[in-house]
Design a protein around this ligand. Structure first.
Ligand SMILES: [Ca+2]
Length: 595
């Protein structure tokens, strides 16, 4: 229905959208496929946590669909039948059977419902009226239950006569938040139509629901302009959508041979066709918000179809989908998701056989209409947010040892992990386990937790506490005994260790002593006052020692020197035992003797 037409006109389409020139060979192929069963609906490829079901099939050459406010789904068939899917089943009797011209891309092409449908039962359709010449028309019918009331047609707008060219009819119709009926019209494969205000082709039109023209239309007072015109410069705006709850409108304009466009629907805009296609810096034209090129990849295609903002009354999909815009490509069979906040698009579904329309349902599921499957499908979210199944455990380690925290979580994959330390993200800590290779006292007391996420939500683990304990300080003694290794002067260095003469103290015998130990490293916020020292004599009398200095020993990695001032009353000529205490842990005792 929306196939490209090349300049030489040799590439027209038949009613199934298959180029007529190719019909004979394709028909044979389809016959062979059909008898082998492959023509039955194939499943789309969906992200993890999504599933689809076929809602109805047996819908030949479908063109568009829309939900009635009561939840019934109406499907336009190109041949003129408007079918109804109600309570999950396709009703046998069409709502309406129109006599249409269904050659090429013509036919019954659009349907929508009055904002006050619940009280007035008005249904609006867009179809091609047969004749010489033919023309497209927007009419209103009145529903009587599941069928149209006989004789209820009210013709709202007859569009300009068509040429003999049967493609680019546009066709989407929707009510805007202003209660006006917007109509997307193709340019009948004549680009000149898009730029003239003298006809309605290649435009977005805006009319009142009774067919009259709103006086605030942008060209209402423009001499020579058709007053229904709301925007121009479009090629084949096959689908468009309003964002629920806003005035935002996106128009999908099918491109010729290079770019497919998502255009920002703004009154009075000129979208540039046929002067430009895709992004433009020409100030005369409104450049698209998004374009994608032609091709057969997961991000390219040939005809943009189906627009739907994910803003349903009931949100079924992950919250990250809200406010984004689904669109599809007829030829490459994918549905992608456009993010209006940054004008980028992401993959969603693929492997669909010629999608032609899509709609977000009130229950939050996504429906799409497939020409290739002659069917309607419903995509729903089945995924689950993460749940923590195994919490990280608190760890007790000595300084220098490693510590590992681990979490396990349920939920739809892929799961992503972010470890936090004291509730701040740790850069790069994005696995299910987090390890500190060598703990230090600065890690003591830190709390670790993990936030596990997927598209359906996130879960935060309990906090685990890391307790790091330093080994107790130990004073160095001579090999095989407890005689202190010590200097009796801070300024005097002796060599080799251990001291050759344990009793060779300074001349006053009351000066300073430098003893050596390990596990006496001070933290950045500590100074020598963190270390206390004491001496005991043989009678168990205790002598507090004044600690004057604690610091690393030059050229002897891992050891610390502690300078203490000896008190005057320390007895001579007997063994004195000295010990040090750091952070509540007291060292061994080492002995020395004053002469
Ligand atoms: Ca354009």
């Amino acid at each position: 229905m929306i196939r490209k037409r090349f300049a030489d006109g040799s590439f027209t389409a038949n009613r199934s959208g298959i180029p007529r020139i190719l019909t004979r060979s394709i028909l044979l192929t389809l016959f062979l496929i059909s008898i082998s069963g492959f023509l039955s609906a194939r499943a789309a490829t969906l992200p993890a946590g999504f599933a689809e079901t076929q809602v109805a099939n047996g819908l030949p050459s479908p063109t568009a669909m829309d939900f009635a406010p009561d939840g019934r789904l109406f499907v336009c068939l190109q041949g003129g039948n408007l079918r109804v899917i109600k309570n999950g089943g396709l009703l046998a009797t069409p709502f309406l059977t129109l006599t249409v011209d269904s050659s090429g891309e013509r036919g019954l092409l659009g349907v929508t419902f009055d904002p006050n449908f619940a009280s007035n039962n008005f249904v609006y359709v867009y179809y091609t009226v047969p004749g010489s010449p033919a023309h497209n028309r927007v009419s209103r019918f009145t529903a009587n239950g599941d069928v149209a009331l006989g004789g209820s047609e009210l013709v709202l707008l007859n569009l300009d006569n068509l040429s003999s060219t049967t493609n680019h009819n546009g066709c989407a119709i929707h009510f805007g938040p202003d209660g006006k009926l917007y109509i997307a019209v193709g340019e009948n494969a004549n680009g000149n139509n898009s730029q003239t205000l003298a006809n309605l082709l290649g435009k977005i039109l805006r009319i009142n629901s009774d067919g009259s023209t709103p006086t605030d239309n942008p060209f209402f007072n423009t001499s020579g302009a058709r007053k229904e015109i709301w925007a121009l410069g479009l090629r084949n705006p096959f689908t468009f959508a309003f964002q629920p709850g806003t005035t935002r409108m996106f128009i999908n304009d099918v491109g010729q041979s290079t770019w497919e466009e998502i255009d920002d629907g703004i009154a009075g805009s000129n979208y540039g066709w046929p002067t430009t296609e895709g992004f433009t810096s020409n100030p005369m034209f409104r450049s698209p918000l998004f374009e994608y090129g032609h091709g057969s990849s997961s991000t390219t295609g040939c005809a943009i179809v189906g627009g739907g903002f994910y803003d349903p009354p009931t949100v079924l999909f992950p919250a990250s989908y809200v406010g984004k815009y689904f669109f599809a490509d007829l030829c490459t069979g994918w549905i992608r998701l456009f993010d209006p906040s940054n004008n980028t698009a992401a993959d969603f579904a693929s492997g669909i056989s010629q999608p032609v329309d899509l709609k977000v349902a009130a229950d939050g599921s996504l429906y799409y209409l497939s020409i290739g499957s002659s069917a309607v499908f419903r995509i729903r979210a089945t995924g689950t947010a993460p749940g923590i199944t195994s919490q990280p455990s608190s760890q007790n380690v000595m300084t220098g040892q490693s510590a590992t925290f681990s979490v396990n979580a349920s939920g739809t994959t892929p799961l992503s992990y972010q470890w936090q330390r004291n509730q701040a993200n740790i850069p790069g800590a994005n696995a299910s386990s987090y390890q500190i290779m060598s703990t230090t006292l600065s890690d003591n007391g830190a709390k670790f937790r993990c936030v596990v996420s997927n598209v359906f939500g996130n879960a935060t683990s309990n906090e685990a506490t890391l307790t790091v304990t330093a080994p107790p300080p130990m004073l160095l003694s001579e090999d095989q005994n407890d005689h202190a290794i010590a200097f009796d002067s801070v300024t005097m260095m002796r060599d080799p260790f251990p001291l050759a003469d344990l009793f060779n103290f300074s001349s006053d015998n009351r000066t300073r002593l430098m003893i050596f130990g390990i596990n006496l490293h001070l933290l950045p916020n500590e100074n020598s006052s963190a270390v206390t020292a004491r001496a005991e004599d043989a009678q168990m009398n205790v002598y507090p020692l004044i600690v004057e200095y604690v610091g690393p020993t030059p050229n002897l990695a891992g050891t610390s020197g502690v300078v203490v001032k000896l008190p005057d009353n320390l007895p001579a000529a007997q063994d004195i035992f000295v010990s040090v205490t750091l952070r509540g842990q007291t060292s061994n005792k080492v002995r020395f003797k004053m002469q």
